[in-house]
Design a binder for this molecule. Sequence first.
Ligand code: PMV
Length: 328
Amino acid sequence: MTKITAKAHSNIALVKYWGKKDDGLRLPANSSVAIALDEAYTLTTVDFDESYKEDEVQLLGQGFEDDEVEKVKKHLDSVRKLASIQTKAKVVSQNNFPKSAGMASSASGFAALSMAAANAAGLQLSEREMSVLARNGSGSASRSIPGGVSVWHTADDDLSSYAEQIPYPPEWDIKVLLVMAEDTSAKKVSTTEAMAMAATSPYYQGAVLEAEKNILSLREAMVSGDWKAFGKVIEDECYRLHSVCMTQTPNILYWRGVTIEVFQAMYRLRDQGVEAFFTVDAGPHVHIVCQGKDIEAVKQSLKSVGGIKTVIECGIGEGAKLVSDHLF
Ligand code: PMV
């Protein structure tokens, strides 16, 4: 069969996904909104061929853990089932950023894998069907299929829970700075395992309702072009996610000292009139959302913060697509 390579961008959630209403189908407890990041992506090449006796799975540069290999193989099984084939595959993947450290490598990874594997198996899926397939591998991957600014809908059945792009004011010239903490070591607990315990937080039910309200406020801010209201939701959502993490059993603290130092640098910057906002996924790294005109001021403000390994400047990334440069 044909060898296919796909490229998918990572995404940062503005309204967060944390908790499922159905673990098997990965149906999220609430809808979420994310921005795809143009400078953080995964490339994945898939080849189904009778010459492979077993699935071969490889992550260039970083290597996969055994449980990650199993997740990839399980996802290949879903694709084989859809395509009614039994052929084994070779999969080679490459990230241009550290994996498993709250940088959504699972999002770009499963989006790229879904697109490459489905096409290599001869399937012709719509964007919506591709988003559903990616969601079954990793929830946040559903949002890396449409790219741009997207909403991932919560729903009660498999085919109704997918992500699609939503409009945003282009004049904002949205930029996201990935502020990578020096500590990029892998997370001890996977997001799947950690999220499975979300409902043990006494604040969980309220937090899910709050997320739905925040989606409405965020969309309202984008329609009316209210940047400050947009930023308020982003930071409320950061604190909402981490309050659930910190109060679930066992407690999870993703932040490091540098994470809070960056928050404080943004508060100081706002006192000087620069409206830049922070958010954090399941790891210590901070994502700063700002406007293009303010990017130099934000970078300057980070110079006084210790413990930052690197800062990656991103614009809004496009949806997952096929590319012609294969990894093997
Ligand atoms: O689908 P996963 O396992 O990548 O979970 C993502 C969870 C968060 O990144 C913390 C929040 C989100 O909405 O992306």
